[in-house]
Design a protein around this ligand. Structure first.
Ligand code: ADP
Ligand code: MG
Length: 253
């Protein structure tokens, strides 16, 4: 298994008893797997994604990605692991406003000494696949919401990560744009053979995924049959504050 999550628990300290948000999450995913995670607001979906993305640490339990428990790594190695193995897409694009489309996609590659020409070629290729080949020099302010998310998608994939995480990636988009960005996300995931975990409130988006899981009482459970849209067990939609604890951590940008 490329991603193994075992009895993952997360408590947040409070003035009283600690708040047990994750109470034993188990998950096994391999390259090529895609899962949509739904669940009520405050059920711990973002917390789980942040821990899978190594932006937050578990209280108990274990995460293994490509055979490595990232939480055993010292900080410089952890940052490198996160940068190379994990791609993030957030509800808000988190693009750098002063940088062009191309520069934004290349930002994760600025550390390290990779083959610049190869990286540039892959950035061009990704931007072409998301339909922005003609917009390389544009700044985020000159793009629509859907186009910004497509840049964010290309940026998340620039290092050919094992794990692609998306927290409400279509949450700020109108329905039609959400459909096209959702389709692009799944298409790119298939083309790049990543593990894709998407948190969403959109039943429409979730129905396009081969697997659906529900976060409830601090644990994940599978809903519906694999390979089949899970619309037979509809999930109550609730409006959500996406980052109740504030903006995502700096490392996510
Ligand atoms: P979801 O994404 O499912 O809406 P979250 O994972 O954001 O839920 O939050 C789950 C619970 O954990 C909420 O009750 C939230 O207030 C709490 N929480 C999230 N982050 C923190 C934090 N840094 N400190 C304390 N409590 C937090
Ligand atoms: Mg959330």
């Amino acid at each position: 298994m490329s991603l193994l999550v075992e009895n993952l628990c997360k408590d947040y300290p409070t003035r009283g008893e600690p708040l047990a948000v994750l109470r034993g999450v188990n998950l096994q995913l391999d390259r090529g797997d895609a899962v949509a995670v739904m669940g009520p607001s405050g059920s711990g979906k973002s917390t789980l994604l942040h821990i899978l993305g190594t932006l937050d640490t578990p209280t108990r339990g274990r995460v293994t990605l490509d055979g490595v428990d990232p939480f055993t790594l010292p900080e410089p190695q952890l940052a490198d692991f996160r940068n190379r193995r994990i791609g993030f897409v957030f509800q808000d694009h988190h693009l750098l406003p002063q940088c062009t489309v191309l520069e934004n996609v290349l930002v994760p590659t600025l550390v390290g000494h990779g083959d610049r020409a190869a990286v540039r070629k892959y950035a061009d290729e990704l931007l072409e696949r998301v339909g922005l080949a003609g917009r390389l020099d544009h700044r985020p302010a000159e793009l629509s919401g859907g186009e910004r998310q497509r840049v964010a998608l290309a940026r998340a994939l620039i290092h050919r990560p094992t794990l692609l995480l998306a927290d409400e990636p279509t949450g700020n988009l109108d329905r039609r744009t959400a459909q096209s960005v959702g389709k692009m996300l799944l298409d790119l995931h298939r083309q790049t053979n990543t593990i894709l975990v998407v948190v969403t409130h959109s039943q429409e988006l979730a129905d396009t995924f081969p697997r659906l899981m529900l976060m409830e009482d601090g644990a994940l459970r599978a809903v519906g049959a694999p390979g089949k849209a899970a619309s037979d067990e509809r999930i109550t939609r609730r409006e959500d504050g996406i980052f109740p604890s504030g903006a995502p951590p700096e490392a996510a940008r």
